[in-house]
Design a protein around this ligand. Structure first.
Ligand code: NAD
Length: 479
């Protein structure tokens, strides 16, 4: 069993706390590793290391920083099978999908390395003669990245690649639930000889380590991916020093299916979106609105598709559609929300309880709910499990109003063959992302950003890189 340590200033070091957290395999409940239950001192040591490394790192030409990113990607590709297995075991992601996450993470480092020659400022016309106004883009300093467990390796790259290419140094706090793949990779990248302190990893709880990283005056930007609750805590802590925050938080993605949609495409996209990684993806379809005239046909098709979903151990050779939920807490939360929905009047068409065929592990059945009303908890709060509630609508504007009736604003989708309808919906849906006639998955060159309580700022592409830069204007008067 691995016993991971903190990674600070280029070395693996013991935590100043002697407590550890066990990392479990969610399919078997066996202990895979331990990580430090880190301390405030660990967090501050990591921040100091990052701050000390910052001047030399930002002074390197960006193209040299990019070389390190390319080497990070190479290490991932050299070890892709081992890393995928590590990821599958710690978070019950079916092995094929774990492989996708590993490969996309490598691509992400390479993609961001390409910004080395594209970090650009501006020259602005002055009102004075013999003056140039130079607008520079500068790194912020020390970037803190706080990670969730659902895409732990990919979200790590989102924060590390964008921080490092822009000349920031970095402190990462993984989720205690799924830190193993990151810790294994950090051991592997020792051979690329990244300067000490440029990347630091501290493990520990949100309220202790996450809070210490968020409220320190050393921190220049905190990028958190996680729940709205954690986002609120980070904002509170960051307010002490007016530290910049970038937040990617929860969602409650609506999918609107119009009568003129290609129904087979809509059903495949929505069910795939809902059951991929057992429904534990921030932007996958959480609630469906179907036009009245096709409601019964749609439900019949979704019922058949949900019943055919295969649920097995993440390592099964049968290439199952999904595996266990990530933790007992997650299993309890999903079970409680479905039980509450039943009490509120929902009818279960498929599933509706833990998977009976498993004695161990946190397995929940793919679940389809009907007889749904908009004010039910299951339509308002994030489920983060393989549970799909379906409700009817009359007109498109009514569907858009129902979709917008949410405190979240991460992603949304519409299925229709009518160009005018989809463009109208794309304009009116109050979401950072709208998908037309496809499932919910973002591109690394896009911009992943939540509206309302789903976030602040965003990640990916050129705009995601700019999160990690601050602007300085130089007024250059000459004679
Ligand atoms: P979580 O909020 O429980 O934890 C996320 C991280 O925040 C963890 O590292 C945790 O230790 C830390 N944290 C918790 N309290 C903190 C505090 N007081 N101060 C600082 N850090 C703190 O979320 P989770 O269960 O790991 O992930 C699931 C959630 O993440 C879901 O709501 C999901 O929608 C969201 N998510 C959003 C995106 C996105 O791109 N918008 C992507 C993935 C996950």
């Amino acid at each position: 069993m691995q016993q991971f340590e903190q990674y600070i200033n280029g070395k693996f070091v013991k935590s100043t706390s002697s407590e550890v957290t066990e990392v479990l395999n969610p399919c078997t409940e066996e202990v895979l590793s331990t990580i430090p239950h880190g301390s405030v001192e660990d967090a501050n040591n990591a921040l100091d290391a990052a701050q000390n490394a910052h001047h030399a790192w930002k002074s390197l030409p960006a193209i040299q920083r990019a070389n390190y990113l390319n080497k990070m990607a190479d290490v991932i590709r050299e070890n892709r099978i081992f890393l995928a297995k590590t990821l599958a075991s710690e978070q019950a992601k079916v092995i094929g999908l774990a492989q996708v996450e590993i490969d996309v993470t490598a691509d992400y480092f390479d993609y961001y390395s390409g910004f080395a020659r594209r970090i650009e400022g501006e020259i602005i016309q002055s009102d004075r003669s013999k003056e140039h106004i130079f607008l520079h883009k500068a790194p912020i300093g020390v970037a803190v990245g706080i990670l969730p467990w659902n895409w732990p390796f990919f979200v790590m790259a989102r924060k590390v690649a964008a921080s490092l290419i822009t000349g920031n140094t970095c402190v990462i706090k993984p989720s205690c639930i799924a830190p193993n793949t990151i810790m294994e990779w950090v051991k592997m990248i020792q051979k690329i000889e990244l300067p000490a302190g440029v990347l630091n990893i501290v493990c520990g709880s949100g309220p202790i380590v996450g809070n210490a990283l968020s409220k320190s005056p050393t921190t220049g930007i905190i990028s958190l991916t996680g729940s709205v609750f954690a986002g609120q805590k980070v904002m509170e802590a960051a307010s002490a020093n007016i530290t910049k925050v970038s937040l990617e938080l929860g969602g409650k993605a609506p999918a609107i299916v119009c009568a003129d949609a290609n129904l087979e495409l809509a059903v495949n996209a929505i069910v795939t979106s809902r059951i991929t990684y057992s429904g534990q993806i921030c932007n996958c379809a959480e609630r469906v609105y179907v036009e009245e005239s096709i409601h019964d046909q749609f439900l019949e098709m979704v019922t058949a598709k949900m019943k055919a979903v295969t649920v097995e151990d993440a390592f099964s050779d049968n290439n199952p559609d999904m595996s266990a939920l990530v933790s007992k807490d997650q299993l309890d939360k999903v079970s409680e929300m479905v039980e509450f929905a039943k009490k509120e009047g929902a009818e279960v068409l498929v599933g509706g309880s833990r998977s009976p065929q498993f004695n161990k592990g946190y397995f929940y059945q793919p679940t389809l709910l009907t007889n749904i009303k908009q004010d039910m908890q299951i339509m308002q709060e994030e489920v983060f499990g393989p549970v799909l509630p379906v409700m009817k609508f009359g007109t498109l504007d009514e569907a858009i109003a129902l979709a917008n009736d949410s405190e979240f604003g991460l992603t949304s989708s519409i299925f229709s063959e009518n160009f005018n309808k989809v463009m109208h919906a794309a304009e009116e849906l109050q979401y950072g992302e709208t998908y037309i006639n496809r499932e919910h998955f973002e591109a690394i060159q896009g911009f992943h950003a939540g509206w309302k309580k789903s976030g602040l700022g965003g990640a990916d592409g050129k705009h995601g890189m700019e999160e990690y830069l601050q602007t300085k204007v130089v007024y250059a008067q000459y004679r």
